[in-house]
Ligand binder design. Sequence first.
Ligand code: ADP
Ligand code: TRP
Length: 373
Amino acid sequence: MPTVYNTIPRFTKQRPRCSSPPPLLRNHPLHNCGGGVLRKQDRGGEKCYSIPMEERILSGIRPSSRLHIGNYLGAIKQWIELQNLSRSFFMIADLHAITTPYDPATFPQAVKDVALDYLAAGLDHHKATLFVQSHIPEHVELAWLFSTITPVGELNRMTQYKEKGEGKTSANLGLLAYPVLMAADILIYKATGVPVGEDQVQHVELARVIARKFNAKHGATFPEPKAILSHGKRIMSLTEPTKKMSKSDGGGIQLDDSPEVIKKKVMKAVTGTKGGDGNPGVMNLFALLKEFSDATTYRQFMNAEETSTIKYSELKSQIAEDIARHFESFRTRRAELAGNNRYLEEVLSEGTKEARSVAKKTLEEVKKKMGLI
Ligand code: ADP
Ligand code: TRP
């Protein structure tokens, strides 16, 4: 018998403005890479998602520092496309951010900064629900309920926990329980798609395990969410190209860096002397060129690389220029929004109302099924 989720919340948010799939999406069957991962396709230069309209999307980013172009390419860029196609929830994962050292004095501004980045990048509160994770206390309550069905062994083997916590005296329970809260974030909205970078796929897998366990124990309640990956791989650090570009990476390009700062950072990128596949710095620069420059420019530099006539300083200048141009309107819009605190507060409070009404219903359903009165 097919599983019927007859309690999927009815969303109050208006449907995204495009009520039928845009041309790019027509005739593309759902592309399932297996293992709960949907990958954005790159067909002959034409990028498309193969995601049906009825998908529900949730994702978030920790406000642990200013957002960088890795966050943009790995996550936000696809959120902006997805908000037109599916019912979407995008949050600022402040409760996850406090599992690692942070400064309570500057934290409120860090949360606002991410909200401003979301809006300036193109997330639209008319299309998607935008909110701060800690404003919806139901996430934490659901996480506790899920913790009673989550094997500790599964948490111990999470790569992020191993890197950040395992064996360290500073390791806290929140760091170990991190993926359980993430599962609650996702499942409380009965999300089916979670657009994230590759490093978060393991956590989404755990959300699937939790959904499966809950459904087996208490009856069909949650869909099993899939990670949605952008076709681009992870963007690496410019100065240490064997590590991913991250918020703690001083050389990471922030979304609102000025053209001068972008140039300075890109010119410092490590390339080494040997080109080709074996050189992670050069490969990373080509990944950036592919994302931010046009196809002709990309081909020209690729040819020069293949014939060993390339000048890396020219490659870097081109990339810096194209990144700066790409984020030109972002910088203007962000500066405008930063001067309008009231607008930001209104957007987030509207998001809280919308998200909370959905979250409350799911939590009620879960508690009832678990025998809590
Ligand atoms: P950071 O590592 O900078 O703290 P997060 O872990 O908060 O970033 O990640 C936020 C989102 O951005 C996640 O979906 C993550 O997979 C994606 N992401 C982070 N860094 C990169 C990167 N260098 N390349 C591609 N995607 C990234
Ligand atoms: N853990 C994610 C990260 O570090 C942020 C996050 C928290 C998230 N909850 C989520 C992402 C739910 C997707 C879905 O990037």
